[in-house]
Design a protein around this ligand. Structure first.
Ligand SMILES: Cc1cc2nc3c(=O)[nH]c(=O)nc-3n(C[C@H](O)[C@H](O)[C@H](O)COP(=O)(O)OP(=O)(O)OC[C@H]3O[C@@H](n4cnc5c(N)ncnc54)[C@H](O)[C@@H]3O)c2cc1C
Length: 498
């Protein structure tokens, strides 16, 4: 497994294809420092002996110990560990750990490439190609990101019906030695600090959309790929540093007649499998949210409790109610993910059919619980911001900048007038309000809320998944029985009937 320094060294050798603020930048540009510190945490923590169980696993391909972010889930324990690892790491960086897209995409492609080959009766070698790619990915401890979301153009038009054929990434040409792809994927987190980019489809596809059923992996600096990057850094601190300073990044990934050799292609035209791949990545990613969102809940809860303490209102009943609300969502989101892990199987849900065996035997979390957890906790982000705003008052919005706290003309006066709770040192109170400003009033704070709401799929996508997969008809039969209507069935939901 690599160290943080080895990871950064690897990035320093990559070609320049990152466009940021009108310039071409290196991956090791100063602007990326905080992003590299976040990603670096996934390397540092994996080296600690006490984290071995949580953060590492034995590769089923090589028998070697690898970083868990590069592992294919072999049992329910792996699913539990992935959820708990995600929660622990997100706690340590105070937000998104950035590396989950890789583990979620590799697990999805691993299963779908197998099923596509099976249906093609040996005419394709997607799965073998993927396993070769994965072996290198695991052995070299690479960082992967997932490029799923297309620009999509007119939301009501399917891919093949769009006036712009590149509204969804598509196969423009099929050559003897590979394919040529065009199009653009957007909002792709950590792509500018990833070694490899995994590309998967966004949505269910029809036969006429078959050129959009494409999955492949390329290095982040591959020829024909341009990344237009937004880097989200907090206000720089010169005098009062935070305990941990996080950064994050998202890319528009433009595939401009980009050639991909067959050994890096894991799906090319199998439209039914393209749709399943889109859903399966989303499913694994929603499971990741059951780790990261509870960690964000941990940070929000600590922040709300401290804000109440600063204002000396922490014993007031309305504060207790709000803290309880944060705990309810946090732990229900975690519990949903825990159940999804515990009920995980090598199976997927097929609409109209139910759960069926799927893939070569790796474990897939239960879809109802992944979707329920992500939807509940994703939608709660704005309410949680509202609670922080409510308990804190207006202080986060107008708190004086740090230089005023080192200027001898204002420093003591400000410490005197910003102090609220006599039992907390004035310097700590000021440091807390700076942190709250980062959370509530910065561009980064806003971006994180939108990411928490839409990342992994907007709430409507989870609602569609839940209502199409949940057996509502069975519940109707139960109520028909209880109410005395015809066609009722009192045993319809009994465990023996399932
Ligand atoms: C910070 C951040 C990080 C992200 N990271 C990644 C990443 O790493 N990789 C990745 O692939 N994606 C990533 N995403 C993308 C995320 O998954 C999408 O934002 C999400 O799936 C919603 O897609 P969209 O943004 O295109 O919104 P849209 O789909 O345009 O949604 C806007 C509205 O239109 C509605 N709508 C859309 N289509 C239809 C339709 N056909 N019929 C009716 N209503 C419709 C939606 O319900 C919603 O209300 C990230 C997003 C954010 C904000």
């Amino acid at each position: 497994m690599r160290t943080k320094e080895e990871y950064i060294q690897g990035l320093s050798k990559m070609k320049r294809n990152l466009y940021c603020d009108g310039e071409l930048i290196d991956r090791t540009d100063e602007l990326h420092k905080e992003c590299l510190d976040v990603m670096g945490t996934t390397f540092e923590e994996a080296q600690r002996p006490e984290n071995q169980e949580l953060m590492t696993a034995i590769s089923h391909l090589t028998g070697e110990r690898i970083n868990r972010f590069n592992h294919i889930h072999q049992n329910t324990h792996d699913l539990h560990m992935k959820q708990d690892m995600t929660r622990m790491l997100c706690q340590k960086v105070g937000g998104c750990i950035q590396r989950c897209m890789g583990i979620d995409a590799t697990n999805a492609v691993y299963n779908v490439s197998y099923e596509a080959d099976k249906q093609n009766n040996g005419a394709t070698q997607y799965h073998e190609n993927f396993k070769k790619w994965l072996t290198r990915f695991q052995t070299e401890d690479l960082v992967g990101c997932c490029a799923q979301t297309d620009v999509k153009g007119d939301r009501l038009l399917r891919p093949a019906d769009q006036p712009n054929p590149g509204a969804y990434v598509y196969i423009k040409e099929r050559l003897k030695d590979g394919i040529v792809v065009s199009g653009c994927k957007v909002h792709i987190s950590e792509a500018s600090v990833a070694d490899e980019v995994l590309v998967v489809p966004t949505r269910a596809l029809r036969e006429q959309d078959k050129d959009y059923a494409v999955a492949f992996a390329i290095p982040g600096d591959w020829d024909g790929l341009k990344q237009v990057v937004t880097i989200h850094n907090l206000r720089k601190r010169d005098h009062f540093p935070r305990g941990f300073m996080p950064g994050s990044t998202d890319s528009y990934m433009i595939f401009d007649d980009c050639f991909v050799p067959w050994e890096r292609v894991f799906l090319a035209g199998e439209y039914q499998h393209g749709g399943v791949l889109a859903l399966l990545f989303a499913l694994f990613h929603r499971h990741s949210y059951s780790g990261c969102k509870p960690a964000i809940g941990d940070v929000v809860l600590g922040t709300a409790a401290l804000a109440a303490e600063m204002n000396n209102i922490h014993k007031q009943s309305h504060v207790r109610e709000k803290l309880a609300e944060i705990i309810l969502v946090t732990e229900l989101g975690y519990a949903a993910g825990y159940t999804a892990s515990d009920l995980g199987k090598p199976e997927v849900y097929m609409p109209g059919v139910g759960f069926i065996p799927y893939g070569p035997g790796s474990y897939i979390p239960h879809s109802i619980y992944c979707n329920v957890g992500r939807c509940l906790s994703g939608e709660a982000v704005w309410r949680e911001a509202e609670i922080l705003c409510d308990i804190s008052g207006g202080v986060a919005a107008t708190f004086p900048h740090e230089k005023e706290f080192v200027n001898p003309e204002t420093k003591d006066l400000l410490l005197k007038y910003t102090k609220r709770n006599e039992n907390v040192p004035a310097e700590d109170q000021a440091q807390f309000w700076r942190f709250l400003g980062d959370t509530l009033c910065s561009a980064t704070g806003g971006i994180h809320n939108i990411g928490s709401y839409h990342g992994g799929g907007s709430p409507i996508m989870e609602q569609i998944a839940i209502t199409t997969q949940y057996d509502i008809e069975a519940r109707k039969k139960l109520v028909r029985y209880i109410s005395g209507m015809s066609g009722g069935d009192r045993d319809v939901l009994s465990p023996s009937k399932k």
